[in-house]
Write a protein that binds this ligand. Structure first.
Ligand SMILES: Nc1ncnc2c1ncn2[C@@H]1O[C@H](COP(=O)(O)OP(=O)(O)OP(=O)(O)O)[C@@H](O)[C@H]1O
Ligand SMILES: [Mg+2]
Length: 310
């Protein structure tokens, strides 16, 4: 899958502003970025649901504009909007999708049974989807994306709002289709999800690529470990920030200040005695490796939404 210089405007405002992407076949690319970065727009263009204004893109070996029907035959999309048919039961929905993917009646019904079980819908299999809860609809919708293994699968925030068990099932299915050769482009607000699944991460901001690489590569770009100091009193935050130096990041809600360090243990000793000298008694002082959260924050200046909500 390849995109070069994609542009898309809505009402004169750029949603994509020179977006590039290269995803080798059979790998998973995780697309991260703050709300409004252009993730869904990029996915919809690549899945031929939206027309691009400039640039070019190839999916499953076909041009998304000139050969859109050929692309459509080889891709599946699970979007932020559901494709569940309300009038049908959960089981009927899955069998219908199986038939659309050219499974025999028997295969479609076997696969429906497996997926109902796996996504915790077996008990509700014969209820009409309009009586499903939000979470159940979401799971049914997701299950329909995993009936077969398409050449390319687009998953737009597949696990937003799912509980941990169901997130695990989605991850398992993603790994299964990838093992069968599917290329996956997945957007997510959860950095641990990208860490788990993605071979390559692309961080988007304001319609273009802000950073990309493997999860490890991105973490190592931040350079080394971080020291974190938590205080009891928010008045002490500026004092701690002064001790940790110019690059210190202050999290006012968590009463926490952190900064990159190069010399681990020496830094710990230095910070501890500097704080004592200023009469600050820290609640906690710790060293830790950078996480994708740090990467995201450093690149976009925002936290991932998932963390803001928690
Ligand atoms: N159909 C539309 N009409 C007008 N503006 C749109 C439309 N779709 C997207 N936009 C705008 O384009 C920009 C990118 O939106 P997009 O949905 O691609 O972001 P996103 O990264 O998927 O965000 P989120 O994390 O909230 O899902 C936003 O400013 C959005 O308001
Ligand atoms: Mg979106």
């Amino acid at each position: 899958m390849l995109a070069e210089g994609l542009h898309k405007r809505f009402d004169g405002k750029a949603a994509l502003d020179g977006f590039d992407l290269a995803v080798p076949a059979g790998t998973v690319c995780g697309l991260l970025g703050p709300n409004g970065a252009g993730k869904t727009t990029a996915v919809r263009i690549l899945a031929t649901l939206l027309r691009l204004d400039g640039g070019r893109a190839e999916v499953a070996g076909h041009d998304v504009v000139r050969e859109a029907p050929a692309v459509r035959r080889q891709v599946a999309l699970n979007g932020q909007q559901s494709t569940v048919d309300d009038v049908l039961t959960g089981r009927e929905n899955l069998v219908m999708w199986g038939r659309l993917y050219h499974l025999s009646k028997r295969q479609a019904s076997l696969r429906a049974e497996e997926l109902l079980e796996q996504f915790g819908l077996a008990d509700a299999a014969d209820k009409r989807a309009k009586h499903y809860s939000g979470g159940m609809r979401r799971r049914l919708d997701l299950a329909s994306s995993f009936i077969t293994a398409p050449s390319v699968l687009f998953l737009d925030e597949p696990t937003t709002g799912l509980d941990p068990r169901n997130r695990g099932e989605v991850w398992r299915e993603v790994k299964r289709v990838v093992a069968e050769g599917t290329t996956v482009l997945l957007t997510t607000q959860y950095l641990d999800e990208a860490d788990q699944l993605a071979d390559q991460i692309v961080v988007m901001d304001t319609g273009r690529v802000a950073a990309q690489g493997t999860p490890d590569h991105l973490k190592s770009k931040l350079g080394g470990d971080r020291i974190e100091v938590v205080v009891r009193n928010s008045d002490e935050l500026p004092v701690v920030a002064g001790v940790l130096g110019e690059d210190a990041e202050v999290d006012h809600d968590a009463f926490r200040v952190s900064a990159a360090v190069v010399d681990r243990v020496a830094a710990l000793t230095r910070v501890t005695s500097a704080l004592a000298a200023k009469g600050v008694e820290a609640e906690d002082i710790a060293l830790r490796r950078p996480t994708l959260d740090d990467v995201f924050l450093a690149i976009t200046g925002h936290k991932a939404v998932a963390e803001v909500q928690s």
